[in-house]
Write a protein that binds this ligand. Sequence first.
Ligand code: HEM
Length: 90
Amino acid sequence: PGAPYLRVTPSMLKRMTGRRGKDAWTALGGKVYNITPYLPFHPGGEPELLRAAGRDGTRLFAEVHPWVNWEGMLAACLVGIYVPEEDGEG
Ligand code: HEM
């Protein structure tokens, strides 16, 4: 069996904006990452990176730098997998 990944739904992700004392999470290619520790290191700056916080950043990311290997860079920041809303949520 594989690793017991946390299943993150859109409504869970929506709360992780990096504001109000919460970490900033984003979804990239179906995986969810905690980008908080990476914020000060992002070459494009914190505000740019935070545009992807609390939501699926896949398209945004691909628009600015499709050549960047996010899977390698953010491996240690992996939180779980991005899944559709489950019943009783949202
Ligand atoms: C630059 C990583 C998300 C905007 C870069 C670079 C890396 C990087 C490695 C340097 C690329 C190069 O010089 O070839 C990441 C990672 C992200 C992320 C790991 C994970 C979520 C985003 C998002 C945006 C963004 C969501 C915008 C909405 C930019 C911009 C630059 C940049 C504008 C260019 C900075 C410059 O050259 O002046 N990013 N990025 N990034 N990033 Fe990101």
